[in-house]
Design a binder for this molecule. Structure first.
Ligand code: TYD
Length: 202
């Protein structure tokens, strides 16, 4: 039986990637899997710098893209790969698809190809699940003063459409995240269990 699996949860702001990553971890642990839950930006010094830059509108999207790629390189090498080698299920709350979508949404100079190139040394997830939500509903869940530079409704519409396009191109699973948490989580769990079933048939 395959035990290690690399899962990325993706989606626009407030789509629920953090909540659902935690719930999925609990579910998989109850099934006997060893689970490593992580997130991007990571906890490295680069990740901390990025979190600071997210509040700063003067930082160009190309700089963001390069920093996210550096953070990911370190994150993959020092944490994710090690855990996968030890037989863990790794759940990453955001990964490369966040760079493809968020950074390319900010500049025509930033192409999907360029993002893939600067991220070419990291391993890709076995399973990417996109949580899809109407940005109006998503933003209503947040306090206005907490909003970061990406959390503007028109920008999040663009982000949403890009995620849907990318999901189509790459055959990612899309889960409607407007529903109540329990139903959304159940849909995510089904996708993950199906993936395990398919892997053990190979
Ligand atoms: P987020 O998961 O929203 O963190 P928090 O829940 O603590 O606010 O991630 C922070 C932001 O970073 C989010 O708006 C998406 C953005 N982001 C990128 O623009 N590119 C990336 O590569 C990643 C990983 C995140």
């Amino acid at each position: 039986m395959h035990n290690s699996l690399f899962i990325a949860l993706e989606g626009g702001d407030a789509a629920g990637t953090t909540t659902h990553s935690h719930l999925l971890k609990g579910f998989l642990e109850s099934k006997g899997f060893k689970v490593f839950l992580t997130h991007e930006p990571s906890n490295s010094k680069i990740g901390v710098l990025i979190r600071d830059f997210l509040k700063n509108k003067e930082i160009p999207p190309t700089t963001d893209a390069l920093l996210f790629a550096a953070d990911r390189d370190l994150h993959y090498r020092n944490e994710i790969k090690k855990k996968l080698d030890e037989g863990y299920v790794v759940i990453s709350d955001r990964y490369i698809e966040s760079s493809i979508v968020y950074q390319s949404a900010q500049s025509d100079d930033i192409t999907v190809d360029w993002i893939k190139k600067i991220n070419k040394f990291v391993g890709l997830p076995d399973l990417t699940i996109v949580l899809d939500i109407d940005p109006e509903i998503a933003l209503a869940r947040k306090e206005t003063e907490e909003l970061e530079k990406f959390e503007v409704s028109s920008f999040l519409d663009k982000v949403r459409n890009l995620y849907l396009l990318r999901a189509k191109e790459e055959n990612y699973h899309i889960v409607n995240s407007d529903d109540i948490i329990e139903i959304v989580q159940e849909n995510i769990q089904k996708i993950v269990l199906d993936k395990f079933k398919n892997l053990s048939k190979l």
